[in-house]
Design a protein around this ligand. Structure first.
Ligand SMILES: O=C(O)CCC(=O)C(=O)O
Ligand SMILES: [Mn+2]
Length: 135
């Protein structure tokens, strides 16, 4: 896992190695993720910014983005295909929501990994220790 985090650091030109990975398994076209933002207090740095690198594997799905507190009909979308890397950074989580829409798929399975920086990680966490995180 740590090697993968190092590769993501290089690929996305990150300053540090991510110390957390979130795994999503979309098993078929009905699985989806509603509008949300990853704005939990454990993610942002001292400037209130956070960096999340998302790797898509498998079936294509539609990724939607919209400003917070506005209608879902205003959302913009982009397809995420096998091998695509999407980077969410800056204050995006503060001002925008994102979602993975149902239905827009060939029906196959999609795996998504999001690489993150948890600022107040549990010091016993192996990945956190290996990343030598100091944030
Ligand atoms: O599956 C995706 O592309 C997005 C996943 C996501 O937004 C999340 O895990 O918070
Ligand atoms: Mn998210």
């Amino acid at each position: 896992m740590y090697v993968l985090c190092e590769q993501i650091k290089a690929l996305a030109n990150l300053e540090n190695v991510p110390n957390a990975i979130n795994f999503n398994d979309y098993d078929g076209k009905t699985h989806s993720l509603g509008f949300h933002s990853d704005d939990e207090p454990l993610f942002p740095d001292h400037k209130g910014e956070c960096e999340i690198v998302s790797l898509s594997l498998g079936a294509m799905r539609e990724f939607k983005i919209k400003k917070k507190y506005v209608s879902e009909s205003t959302a913009k979308s982009t397809p995420l295909c096998n091998g695509d890397v999407l980077i969410m950074r800056g204050k995006m989580q503060q001002f925008f929501d994102h979602a993975v829409a149902p239905g827009f798929s060939d029906g196959g399975r999609r795996i998504n990994l999001t690489f993150r920086f948890v600022r107040k990680a549990n010091s016993k966490c192996k990945l956190h220790k290996m990343s030598k995180a100091n944030y």
